[in-house]
Design a protein around this ligand. Structure first.
Ligand SMILES: [Zn+2]
Length: 195
């Protein structure tokens, strides 16, 4: 084909039909990319591209492999909103990054949900139902890592009752300090806690 000459309307249609459903060749993709380099889309074009993508992606689901990859890549990583979480946790300022990772893990979320469900979303202290609820670790999170996801070690508390626990906020640090030795002894003596 001569340089600069254009396909007729009919041959364009034929080409378009013959290419439908076929993946683009890498060199074609590159050629298009090069041709469009530095060209700016009008707002109208941008809108059209957005629309075409939203239609093409409608109902699109990640494959199992992709899901696994995403899940793996997220594992052990700090959440993106770590700063806002830290800010949100100001009252619980003693949380280490590792504790934050655990608190944002799926296991932790499931544990919380299971505790709320068992307690029927009712504060175990004042019996208030609903509202802002916390899942409290009866045996503190920091001292009993093995009980972090034990449903029996969780209880539903409303925010104000949670504030009154000896492990709320800065009190938790003192509590951990005072109980650490005690805990080691208790653990050696095998507490016999159900998990
Ligand atoms: Zn309460």
């Amino acid at each position: 084909m001569k340089k600069g000459s254009k396909h007729s309307e009919e041959s364009r249609k034929k080409l378009s039909l013959s290419h439908k459903g076929k993946p683009m060749l890498p060199q074609t993709r590159l050629a298009i990319l090069k041709a469009n380099l530095g060209r700016k889309c009008t707002d109208e074009t941008k809108r059209k591209i957005g629309l075409a993508n939203s239609v093409a992606l409608k109902g699109y689901k990640h494959s199992e492999i992709t899901k696994q990859k995403i899940s793996l890549s997220k594992k052990g990583k700090l959440p993106k909103n770590i700063d806002s979480i830290k800010g949100w946790n100001k009252g619980l300022g003693n949380k280490t990054p590792q504790a934050l990772i655990i608190r944002n893990s799926l296991e932790y979320k499931l544990w919380r949900k299971a505790v709320f469900k068992r307690d029927n979303w009712t504060c175990q202290e004042c019996k208030q139902k609903g509202g802002e609820l916390h899942a409290d670790h009866i045996k503190p999170f920091a001292l009993f890592p093995e009980l972090r996801f034990a449903i029996n070690n969780g209880r539903t508390l409303c925010v104000s009752c949670h504030r009154n626990t000896p492990t709320w906020g800065h009190k938790s640090r003192i509590y951990v300090k005072n109980n650490r030795c005690d805990n080691v002894q208790r653990r050696e003596g095998n507490l016999g806690l159900e998990i």
